[in-house]
Design a binder for this molecule. Structure first.
Ligand code: MD6
Ligand code: FE
Length: 213
């Protein structure tokens, strides 16, 4: 990347009103962050939750923070305890919290207070259908997303499911902040593809930070 483009990318690109993408912002920290994710997953293993309709979600999930996002036959919701173990989720690492707050601030959302961090792990072929994130109480708070590992095509749509989607590549170390006018936009992840240049990288990880209630 030429130096000017690099500077622009680091300052964040507003790809839609309220949606700012910081390319490679955490790339140098990726190994550190993934080690921390491993520790969280050692406490609460990644698992495939069920949708209320009984379908298996193809991304495996775990959580840290005061709340975790869960899904089962009873619905989608945030829970202060893991419904499987009955125990609280692992603490949100201070490092995660700090980076999420800093990115939100730079994207124009002061006072972001993340309470939940949902960690998605995508094996090759895993995907996420178009959805809105609307299980949170206060839509004035943004969502901050970190991506690591394999790249993915993020489908970013509009206010209705039928709106045209733009394709955005999310890759190692990218931070995506969205709120405001973008907060309720439909979005999803196209099936994750293998990277033949990095045969030992088998997963995509995505961490989303949310204020819940
Ligand atoms: C993913 N992300 O990137 C799925 N939702 O794996 C999301 O569904 C998402 O990245 C709300 C805000 C940011 C996100
Ligand atoms: Fe989402």
């Amino acid at each position: 990347m030429n130096p000017d483009l690099f500077a622009i990318a680091h300052a964040g690109m507003e790809i839609a009103e309220g949606a700012t993408l910081f390319k490679a912002r955490l790339r140098d920290e990726s190994a550190d962050f993934l080690r921390t994710v491993e520790k969280i997953a050692a406490e609460v293993p990644f698992r495939h939750m069920l949708t209320p309709g009984g379908q298996t979600i193809s991304a495996a999930m775990t959580n840290c923070g005061d709340f975790g996002w869960v899904s089962d036959r009873k619905g989608y919701r945030y829970a202060a305890a893991d419904p499987v173990s009955g125990k609280p989720w692992p603490l949100m690492p201070e490092r995660f919290r700090r980076e999420a707050i800093k990115a939100a601030e730079e994207a124009g959302f002061a006072n972001f207070s993340p309470q939940a961090c949902l960690i998605n792990r995508y094996a090759i072929g895993a995907k996420m259908g178009l959805h809105q994130d609307r299980d949170e109480a206060d839509f004035s708070q943004p969502i901050v997303s970190f991506s690591f590992g394999l790249s993915a095509v993020f489908l970013f749509g509009g206010a209705t499911r039928r709106d045209k989607t733009q394709k955005i590549i999310l890759e190692e170390g990218d931070v995506f902040v969205w709120g405001g006018a973008a907060r309720l936009c439909f979005h999803g992840i196209a099936p994750v593809k293998a990277d033949t240049t990095q045969p030992r990288v088998n997963y995509r990880f995505n961490l989303t930070f949310r204020h819940v209630r």
